[in-house]
Design a binder for this molecule. Structure first.
Ligand SMILES: [Zn+2]
Length: 305
């Protein structure tokens, strides 16, 4: 067999047929029999809680809490999905017929909060940080109802046996992003600033680099065990304080690398081409995220913004 294989290779080479062979497309992989396609919309209960759920619409997700007195929902996650808000309300209705009392916006970005009309129609009172209204009002987006109520630093919602804290801890991803904390369950819901086990990407566009490092310190000082991210974490998992520390280290690594390039006068193009974070090459999102990270930190160290 071995000799005949070698002969075949020799003959192939002699015929100059190897390049043609190399271009032959590989056979399509067999469909995975054990991994059914993930549904576009999915609701899961957070393990070990009485009524904390995660609603996911494709790659965006939000927390909602079902209590004896009604429901506290967050982020409609319906940007570009006109029926997404209604689908979310329908998912809640499969679990409870209690009224949806509140809808809390995590921050002002449409990819997380467009689609609130279905909640408004269901009678929800919309709460957000005051900068959400300031940002949204001039844009007048038909898919994104303005908050009914805003706060500056802190607000606590109590419903049934649930307490939900809304905390604005300073500039981070945007100037309106809050931390939502369930003290009893020791869970936080934090959108966009802290990807779980992934390299950040587009979220860097209106991200505040140095204030975010300080903000992460405040998040770590809060009492919590599990973090629900606004985009599913690596492998769909929730985050831990270790993930938050890792993310801080990633940002500090990026900042230090670009600081050198920026102060050498290499921003924008040369610095953005040279910028790399080899330690994170294997992390999900590295290739896509790198240009966004480079651009943002070039803005800081090469421009002063
Ligand atoms: Zn965002």
């Amino acid at each position: 067999m071995r000799n005949s294989s070698l002969s075949l290779i020799a003959a192939t080479l002699a015929l100059g047929a190897l390049p043609a062979l190399a271009q032959t497309p590989a056979p399509a992989p067999a469909p995975a029999a054990t991994a059914p396609a993930r549904p576009a919309i999915e609701t899961t209960k957070v393990e070990g809680t009485e009524g904390v759920y995660i609603f996911r619409n494709v790659n965006h997700q939000a927390m909602f809490i079902v209590t004896s007195e009604g429901v506290i929902a967050t982020d409609p996650v319906a940007y570009g999905r006109p029926t997404g808000g209604k689908s979310y309300v329908d998912e809640i209705r499969k679990i409870t017929d209690k009224p949806i009392k509140y809808l809390v916006y995590s921050h002002h970005h449409y990819d997380h909060i467009a689609g609130g009309k279905a909640f408004k129609d269901a009678g929800a009172h919309i709460i957000a940080h005051k900068n959400v209204t300031e940002r949204l009002k001039p844009l007048n987006d038909p898919n994104t109802p303005l908050p009914d109520e805003t706060f500056t630093r802190r607000k606590t919602i109590k419903l049934g046996a649930t307490t939900l804290e809304l905390l604005y801890l300073g500039l981070n991803h945007s100037d309106s992003n809050i931390v939502m904390r369930l003290p009893k369950e020791k869970i936080v819901f934090i959108v966009d600033t802290l990807p779980v086990g992934q390299v950040p990407g587009r979220g860097m566009i209106d991200f505040y680099p140095l204030p975010t490092e300080e903000w992460i310190g405040k998040v770590l000082a809060l009492d919590w065990d599990r973090l629900i991210p606004g985009h599913p974490g690596a492998g769909g998992r929730l985050g831990t304080k270790k993930d938050v520390q890792d993310q801080l280290e990633l940002l500090q690594t990026a900042s230090a690398a670009m600081k050198k390039l920026g102060q050498e006068g290499k921003c924008w193009e040369p610095a953005e081409k040279e910028f790399a974070m080899p330690k994170y090459e294997k992390w999900p999102g590295y290739q896509n995220g790198l240009p966004f990270i480079a651009r943002r930190y070039c803005g800081l160290w090469g421009r002063g913004t």
